[in-house]
Design a protein. Structure first.
Length: 287
């Protein structure tokens, strides 16, 4: 039989009521290595919501937190969740407080810049243009924790540009598979790779046209550049005129066909044909 009234010491009472509070949050019996592998798997799958729930379920005791804060996979996962939830302050704190390896730089740099772009767009109330984004990058440079210090030229690193040039010499028109391979090798996106190849082809076409003009100018043997340019324009205009006289104008596909028009309009029926000179000559007015 238990007594109806039981006096519990104060220290024991605090211990009994404090124990449930200690285990209020769920705990997982994972090693730091297992946690890192789970974070990597969820990151690769793109399931950010599930990744966030997993991070919330991790133990909160100081010993476990210290071990997890040294894991780059966990820190990268926390950065990814902070970015997608719009918690940019937490994102900046993580990226500035821990030094990441080179393999993680490209993704973390993209999140750093995009977060600052979104904040600037929210302040200005409009989308950012290329000049606006350049100013944002100058105002918020990449921290050395996610940057190896190598300078960039036209937003691409020099070794990245060299690799793109090598692939361009082999194939100026890469297919989607090659674009993905190049993106993985350079740390760019397939869209960035495609834009670089497109711009390079345009520059090469412009340079080829300039070389053709200079070659044509040298064959003319003009005494001055202005005279040579004028003669080149006259020749080109004459060629264009002769082509237009000898061929019918192009019709856009699917457009209406133009009817054949006579070269000179036929005279109106039952109307006398007057000569302009008769109407204006003095003799016609006196007769």
């Amino acid at each position: 039989m238990l007594p109806t009234s039981l006096t519990i010491p104060t220290s024991l009472a605090h211990g009994l009521y404090a124990a449930p509070m200690m285990f209020a949050l769920p705990t997982l019996n994972f090693t730091p290595e297992q946690v890192a592998r789970v974070c990597e798997t969820l990151e690769e799958s793109g399931d950010i919501e599930r990744l966030g729930r997993f991070l919330w379920s991790l133990p909160v005791n100081p010993a476990a937190c210290e071990a997890l804060n040294k894991s780059e996979s966990v820190l990268r996962a926390r950065s990814l969740v902070s970015f997608h939830t719009g918690n940019f302050r937490e994102l900046y704190h993580i990226l500035e407080s821990h030094r990441f390896t080179k393999e993680s730089h490209a993704k973390l740099q993209a999140m750093w810049l995009e977060a600052h772009y979104q904040e600037a767009e929210k302040l200005r109330g409009r989308p950012l243009g290329p000049v606006d984004k350049y100013r944002v990058r100058k105002k918020f440079p990449l921290p050395r924790t996610i940057w190896d210090g190598e300078q960039k030229t036209h937003c691409f690193k020099e070794r990245t540009r060299n690799l793109l040039r090598e692939w361009y010499l082999q194939d100026p028109y890469p297919n989607p598979t090659k674009k993905r391979e190049l993106a993985q090798a350079t740390g760019l996106t397939p869209t960035q790779v495609g834009n670089w190849f497109k711009n390079r082809r345009q520059r090469d076409r412009a340079a080829a046209a300039k070389n053709r003009y200079q070659h044509h100018h040298s064959r003319l043997g003009a005494s001055s550049p202005v005279e040579g340019a004028t003669k080149f324009y006259d020749d080109h205009k004459a060629d264009t005129t002769s082509e237009s006289l000898c061929s019918s104008p192009p019709i856009s596909p699917g457009g209406p066909e133009m009817p054949d028009l006579p070269e000179t309009p036929p005279p109106l029926p039952d109307s006398p044909q007057h000569d302009v000179r008769d109407a204006t000559s003095p003799s016609s007015s006196t007769s």
